[in-house]
Design a protein around this ligand. Sequence first.
Ligand code: GUE
Length: 296
Amino acid sequence: MTAEIIDGKAFAADLRARVAEHVPAFVKASGRKPGLAVVLVGDDPASQVYVGSKGKATVAAGMESFEHILPASTPQDDLNALIARLNADDSVDGILVQLPLPDGLDEAAAVAAIDPAKDVDGLTDANVARLANNEVGLVPCTPFGCMMLLNDRLGELAGLDAVVVGRSQLVGRPMAQLLINANCTVTVAHSRTRNLPAIVHNADIVVAAVGRAEMVKGDWLKPGAVVIDVGINRLAPTEKGKKGQLVGDVAFGEADHVKAITPVPGGVGPMTIAVLLRNTLVAAHARAGLAPPDGL
Ligand SMILES: Nc1nc(=O)c2c([nH]1)NC[C@@H]1CN(c3ccc(C(=O)N[C@@H](CCC(=O)O)C(=O)O)cc3)C=[N+]21
């Protein structure tokens, strides 16, 4: 049996196109474009690349992109003041503060400063509570994108055994909530979990989000499982002049016997950006008092 490779890149391109199709009607109804503000503190090169691709995708979808790049030495008060200005700015529908923040800055305080109506990362207490209560709200982009890939590949998820490896606020925890809301039987595993291989081997759905290169081995995976690899790990460069290879949290080369698996790159990563645009459009409609865009 040969695993199907889930083409997140193509799925994301389709989602971005569907988001873009809704933009003209929003502009007509509201007299302005949907706007996304991305705040990057510090000069981490990988973060700069992500912020760049977010900005490009935002403009390509017909939306307005606002980038705020601050030095790593920015005081908390200045960061919070910027967030307060973005909250008050009517042309901004979505605010994303790129995480992690540099040492010395309080992430929880920065997130708490974001207006929940503009919280396109779904990280504020208000949106976390809505997700936990299975109510409508803004959901973190990466887990939402994973659910779209799972629904596309599997259809009805009710009753399936799902294992989420990782319990971060941005991915693991909201992923578990979404799977519970989809009526899966959900296990959340993490660094203190005992007998991880056996737990993963029970799963029909495996979502790996630990940030450790190829930690999930092929023989842990049940034949026929659907595997979503959220990890993006850059290996040390092996050849001179060559950039380090990107690998996921799953040993992809050992996963031939699963039903389907997302590759890295080209799997979950592009979905994250496409869902960010989707969330911005959804937030824009809600803020303008318009019905949510359908089919997204
Ligand atoms: N508040 C916040 N929200 C985030 O959503 C967030 C964040 N902070 N901090 C950093 C991580 C990382 N992240 C990625 C998005 C897209 C790709 C992506 O498109 N990756 C491509 C390739 C990337 C490459 O080649 O380097 C792929 O997987 O195919 C990767 C990583 C969002 N993040």
